[in-house]
Design a binder for this molecule. Structure first.
Ligand code: ADP
Ligand code: MG
Length: 698
């Protein structure tokens, strides 16, 4: 059979050693197989050329044929742009470039026929097309079919005229060589059951679609396959682990838990908390090691669930620990938990990087004897010097800041891996959770404690500062407290600090009778804590801060969150910040302050924030707006999203469907030995070998 993985790309007609080197370096394409799996990012319908007078305000990418009448340079400095007035005799559109102006004027000539491709936008009573693709008319006729593929290329490739068109030609040459079917990568049963296009046809049509319907079928088949193997990999390895790692059995619900539940719990658990605790209890008693992701919006009461799970461990003679991403948050958990357990004889300790010397030694010794029963801390917890008498449960708060590797280091803390409960306040859309944490079971707290009023969110332009201060003043007069938050971007910490300092001065001047405290990342921990303390105790009415307060801080009396330069925050970050208020029974407000001119995406983000308080809805919207690779935290999670064709944001339904298909395969063939699945297991093995990222998941 034809094995393209073994054929070096340099031997393909039209490539040669120089282009091969570029393809290696820029795109990681080494073999003909690699090239074949380099898919187009879009297709242009070359069967239709629009007339300029046909353009209306709501068109996708279209193709025009005409001439550039003249060039014009408009604007100044960073706003400078190049405009080409383009006409086909039926009207004029403006082609606009903000970058590469020199290159464009050097390349395209006035009064010559071009084919222009792009998305028309209405502007000042005319249409403009920003950064269009431009081809000479003679080049376009190269493609005889209706749909022409477009491939991403890098700047360096373009400079060596290795552009999309060149790749298209190579691809055509490559497909000419494929005169027998390529080895199929899905089993006949799966192909038949799900009506999937055979591999070779799919690859042909993904590059050169015979027609739109064939393209759709090819895309479906290739996405199906890609997601299927991602899921098969996860399920296969999760299964493996379940068999490999037996868990400690927490059979008892005993004295500690019951005492706490009946005498110390200051309020009734919500229905969701009860349900999740039951799920956790079932896991802990099952004999399998628990790996559970606990999702719940900010303020939904995850900490309490974590605490009660830890008490189950204590009742069965084990220790428990809880790991938080920052020192502030660890401190806060420690205080919260000590408070809850007041009057019960349970030794709880806090271990962070700043706890040193004798105190540290005493804690470490107590862990070894088992006297320290609950340990709260930061990364310091997983250092090699920290050893337990018998660690039975580890709770990890804010998973997205811990990598897979750190999670696995916990496992060496006892002779069997402890049960693991991962809590996240960044609600992760279900589809993404399945891919990210496919090896974890998911519990959701989808209910807030009673009596909480939804936070009212308002968008305000920063030229209306007086009215903003008036609203803030009203809240302060009623005895409430207020946050002002400024963005923090690493590359320009100096500027941000300046913003913060200026904001601080402004606010002190506007509220001369108030005590204003200030927190930012450059402060020493002790100084930071002192400032936080001022606010938590109510001595300060206003807290001016950077995003260091994003996680953690719980001040129920704070009722207003003002977010300055809100345009510079991502959606999930805005939502996290908003979650700092609305923790008491009073009506709370979140005020998003921005400049007057806003990009389309920014406006959408703000609209969503104003419209909903639902963290899951926000997470879904975030995923759609930004794409999964960008989602906060996915970077560190150990999984890169190098999906070639599937799109987690858009293909969520398919992902769910495919997961069930993969689940059935694993259920029916747990040891991977049924001959009819041969193709599947072999393909999975091959993928695991070539794809480093996959290995990191398991
Ligand atoms: P999360 O960690 O999920 O953001 P927390 O655990 O910090 O939320 O809980 C937020 C606040 O709600 C805390 O003050 C907590 O004591 C309180 N709380 C938790 N569960 C309940 C409940 N069932 N009823 C009333 N208040 C609760
Ligand atoms: Mg919390």
């Amino acid at each position: 059979m034809l094995d393209l993985t073994k054929r070096d790309i340099k031997y393909l007609t039209g490539v040669g050693p120089q282009r091969a080197a570029l393809l290696n370096k820029e795109l990681g394409i080494f073999s003909m197989h690699d090239l074949l799996y380099y898919f187009p990012y879009k297709y242009v319908d070359r069967s239709r050329i629009y007339a300029i007078r046909e353009i209306d305000g709501n068109m996708p990418y279209i193709q025009l044929k005409g001439q550039i009448l003249s060039f014009e340079l408009a604007g100044e400095g960073r706003g400078q742009r190049l405009i080409a007035h383009f006409s086909d005799g039926t009207g004029i559109v403006d082609l606009v470039w903000f970058q590469g102006i020199k290159y464009i004027t050097g390349k395209y000539k006035v009064r010559q026929e071009y084919i222009v491709f792009g998305k028309p936008n209405p502007f000042n009573g005319r249409f403009n097309i920003p950064h269009p693709d431009i081809d000479e008319v003679s080049e376009v006729t190269l493609s005889s079919m209706g749909l022409q593929p477009y491939y991403n290329t890098t700047e360096r490739m373009k400079r060596s005229s290795l552009n999309s068109r060149a790749i298209e030609k190579m691809m055509a040459n490559l497909l000419k060589q494929v005169n027998e079917p390529l080895p199929e990568t899905l089993s006949p049963a799966i192909l038949a059951e799900h009506h999937l296009m055979p591999l070779t046809d799919a690859l042909r049509n993904i590059h050169f679609p015979a027609h739109a319907d064939a393209l759709r079928k090819a895309q479906y088949r290739l996405k199906f396959e890609e997601l299927f193997y991602v899921q098969l990999n996860i399920l296969r390895y999760a299964k493996d682990r379940q068999r490999r790692y037996r868990g400690y059995v927490f059979g008892r619900v005993g004295e500690v838990f019951n005492t706490f539940y009946s005498r110390h719990l200051p309020f009734e658990l919500t229905g969701a908390q009860k349900r999740v605790l039951k799920e956790i209890r079932r896991d802990l008693g099952s004999g399998r090691q628990m790996n559970r992701l606990l999702q719940g919006d900010v303020g939904s009461g995850k900490t309490l669930v974590a605490l009660m799970s830890m008490l189950m461990a204590l009742d069965n003679g084990y220790q428990a620990c809880m790991m938080a991403p920052t020192e502030i948050l660890a401190n806060q958990h420690y205080e919260t938990i000590c408070n809850f357990l007041k009057g019960m004889d349970i030794r709880v300790e806090l271990l962070t990087g700043s706890i040193k010397g004798k105190r540290r030694e005493a804690i470490l010794a107590g862990l070894l004897t088992g006297e320290v029963r609950i340990l709260i801390g930061t990364h310091a917890l997983i250092e090699d010097t920290v050893n337990f008498a018998s660690l039975g449960l580890a709770v990890i708060d804010e998973q997205h800041r811990f990598g897979v590797e750190q999670r696995s280091r916990l496992w060496t803390k006892n002779d069997r891996p402890p049960h693991v409960l991962v809590m996240t306040a960044t609600p992760i859309p279900r589809t993404l959770a399945m891919t990210l944490y496919g090896d974890l079971d998911v519990s959701v707290i989808d209910e807030l404690p009673p009596g909480r009023k939804p936070i009212a969110t308002i968008h305000q332009f920063d030229n209306r500062r007086e009215s903003l201060y008036r609203s803030v003043r009203k809240q302060i007069d009623e005895g409430r407290q207020v946050y002002f938050v400024y963005p923090l971007i690493k590359e320009s910490e100096k500027i941000d600090l300046k913003n913060l300092e200026e904001g601080y001065e402004l606010i002190c001047a506007a509220f001369p009778d108030c005590r204003v405290c200030k927190v930012h990342g450059k402060m020493k921990p002790a100084e930071k804590d002192a400032q936080m303390q001022l606010f938590a105790s109510g001595e300060a009415q206003i807290m001016v801060a950077t995003t260091v307060i994003e996680v953690g801080v719980n001040v129920p009396n704070a009722s207003v969150m003002v977010i300055e330069n809100a345009e510079r925050f991502g959606l999930s970050q805005l939502h996290q910040l908003r979650g700092r208020v609305g923790r008491g029974a009073d009506q709370s407000y979140c005020i998003l302050v921005t400049g007057y001119k806003l990009a389309e995406d920014t406006r959408k983000r703000l609209e969503i924030m104003v419209r909903t308080n639902d963290g899951f809805e926000i997470a879904e919207a975030d995923l759609k707006l930004r794409g999964p690779g960008d989602l906060e935290g996915t970077q560190q999670s150990g999984i890169a999203f190098d999906l070639k064709i599937a799109d987690i944001a858009r293909d969520g339904q398919l992902l769910q469907y495919v997961r069930e298909v993969a689940q059935r395969v694993v259920d029916n063939d747990p040891n991977g030995e049924r001959p009819e699945n041969d193709i599947l297991w072999r393909q999975l093995k091959a993928l695991r070998k070539t794809n480093v990222n996959w290995a990191a998941i398991s």
